[in-house]
Ligand binder design. Sequence first.
Ligand code: PLP
Length: 222
Amino acid sequence: MSIAGNLNAIRATLPFHVKLVCVSKFHPNDSILEAYAAGEKVFGESKVQEVCQKYDTLPKDIVWHFIGHLQTNKVKFLVPFVALIHGVDTLRLLEEINKQAAKAGRTVDCLLQVHIAREETKFGFSPEEVNDALNSGIFDTLNSVRIRGLMGMATFTDNEAQVRAEFRSLKTLFDQLKTSYFSDKPWFDTLSMGMSDDYRIAIEEGSTMVRVGSSIFGARQY
Ligand SMILES: *Cc1c(COP(=O)(O)O)cnc(C)c1O
């Protein structure tokens, strides 16, 4: 099927409250423009250099999300235009985003990445680390970042019960934070979980934002 056809097929399966991030990493501008022509404005990228090039050359009303692992020394390149950083996995990174955002005179929306998978290689805070960081009071001093919610990735496995349990644990943490630390912060409203292979499960478990790439654009050429 065409990119527009794939996109519309996915859209048809999304409940009203679930937002789609169209993951365009490793796909050329032409593919992005095809999705754009089908009405898509929100794209997700995972490499700083790639998203900066795409930002420079594609329509300026595209909303860019950064979904990859972000190194602190590259934050300054993203901050002028990025709409949402999904993978904030250390306090040091959050502090750097805050510093660069203040310099650029903007507030940058971020999601805290939480490690929910059994796999060891995935980045992210543990649920305990998130709680500790919030309770430390450090967040209250970072006025140029806004924590919009949490992001997580399930284990890459066919075991649906495991994937479901991992998503459920993230939703539980999200709800707990929403009624405690973030109870007076209405902008804490985003739970980013679910990719091509598991977004349906993620939605059933409470996702509000799915990041879908290959089901729209086909396989990536690395
Ligand atoms: C690449 C990527 C996706 C999209 O994965 P697909 O399986 O192609 O849908 C989603 N989230 C993150 C963090 C990614 O790196």
